[in-house]
Ligand binder design. Structure first.
Ligand code: ADP
Ligand code: ASP
Ligand code: MG
Length: 399
């Protein structure tokens, strides 16, 4: 069984919709069971969202309006499939059978996985058994109050992988480029197609702006699922990019087993000296640097304690040659605790919870660095076990 998701450009014209229908038919002819997810035609959601904003409608009415793009696409896709004698049926969120249930967080709703899985199986499997292709609009959900919700812009990818998860199916994401590239191929010349990418890498690419695949969709990839991104120009057999691995959806809290040291350089106008970071990186070439934090009069590197002396020596060389740098110092006994949560970008108060948990255990935070779904907290080496336990307890219980 496969789930095929077509993006906005892929369903942007009748010609393209017909081509997508052909792609499906060639799978059906091979005896494959196919579930189809469609996006709104390119530009439709933008237009609907703009109009909803101009008309100052409530957030739940805005979701209802924004869902219309996908609801048109699913009807058009069924029409194209039926004209090829491929029997299909769309499922609309207005119907009782609509399977994707979410919370009531309009505009960026979260899927209620257990209930959705049950409903997806109950609704979709019988259609497939009758030889009917189910066609669903991506991006759309329904709250327990029965209102239409949306999963967030670009959210059709979420629906595609989610259905694959619920049905134990492989998932094909059909888009306007041949797969994942080394940079956005529509703006960067010579961008190279990547045949295979680790899921963690694609997650970080998405979180940092690459539209090619919605990062939240990756939460639903299972170990056994084949997940591919490929072009809307050929058939599903075109190579594209395969995404390997799967993400741990739970919050992970772990402590690096090696003791760390802070190595700090002080100097005047630290932040405005051009080229300084290059000089530091060259000097620390052979040293693993876990974190860099800069303030007006100092810059601190966190390194393994067994590399502390080498780091101090290397940075001292830079200081001797630089008129604005004054001195270097170091301090060992630091532990690195890493906290990863795939839902952190949507959650409020993650840093507050970390702070509270450590404060209750009287553990002092020496340094903290954050990116969208990862927080690195540096604490005293002797406090690491207590810190690990209280963070684990607080973050897992309250997530
Ligand atoms: P769809 O409508 O099919 O969901 P999107 O526009 O959401 O398509 O995503 C595909 C777009 O992602 C491409 O047209 C491309 O401009 C953009 N993109 C950004 N970074 C990358 C990348 N590294 N590899 C491939 N595409 C990328
Ligand atoms: N149509 C929605 C959007 O434009 C969802 C999607 O295309 O993935 O954001
Ligand atoms: Mg997209």
């Amino acid at each position: 069984m496969i789930v095929v998701k077509f993006g906005g450009t892929s369903v942007g014209t009748t010609e393209k919709i017909n081509h997508c229908a052909q792609m499906i038919k060639s799978q059906v002819d091979k005896g494959e069971k196919v579930v189809v997810v469609v996006s709104a035609m390119a530009g439709d959601t933008d237009r609907l969202s703009r109009m909803a904003e101009e008309l100052k409608v409530s957030q739940d009415s805005a979701d209802e309006i924004m869902s219309m793009g996908e609801r048109i696409s699913m009807r058009l896709m069924c029409a194209a499939l039926n004209s090829l004698d491929v029997s299909s049926q769309f499922i609309d969120p207005i119907q009782e059978e609509w399977p994707v249930l979410t919370d009531a967080n309009h505009g960026i709703a979260d899927v209620i996985l257990k209930e959705t899985t049950r409903r997806v199986r109950d609704v979709i499997e019988p259609l497939l058994q009758k030889g009917i292709i189910p066609v669903l609009g991506g991006f759309i959900g329904k709250s327990q109050e029965g209102k239409v919700t949306t999963l967030g812009r670009g959210g059709s990818d979420i629906t595609g992988v989610l259905l694959g998860h619920c049905l134990d199916a492989d998932v094909y994401i059909v888009t306007d480029v041949k797969g994942v590239y080394s940079a956005d191929p529509t703006t960067i010349e010579n961008a190279q197609l990547i045949p295979c990418i680790r899921i963690e890498e694609l997650w970080d690419l998405g979180i940092h702006g690459a539209k090619v695949m919605h990062p939240r969709s990756l939460i639903y990839k299972t170990e056994n699922m084949t997940l591919k991104i490929l072009s809307n120009e050929g058939l599903l057999e075109t190579p594209g990019t395969e995404i390997v691995g799967f993400l741990d959806s739970d919050i992970q809290v772990c402590c690096d087993e090696k003791e760390k040291s802070m190595v700090s350089v002080v100097g005047e106008t630290m932040s405005s000296a051009p080229g300084l970071l290059r000089q530091f990186s060259e000097a620390l070439e052979a040293i693993n640097v876990y974190s860099i934090s800069a303030s007006t009069f100092s810059i601190t590197f966190i390194v393994d304690t067994d590399q502390e002396v080498s780091a101090v020596q290397a940075l001292h060389e830079v200081i001797c040659d630089h008129p604005l740098l004054r001195a270097v110092t170091s301090k060992n006994g630091v532990a690195l605790i890493t906290i990863i949560g795939r839902k952190f970008p949507q959650e409020k108060g993650v840093i507050r919870k970390i702070g509270e948990a450590l404060e209750n255990e009287t553990v002092t935070i020496i340094n903290i660095t954050t990116s969208s779904c990862e927080v690195n907290v540096f604490v005293d080496w002797n406090d690491r076990k207590r810190a690990l336990m209280c963070l684990d307890r607080k973050l897992k219980v309250e997530s």
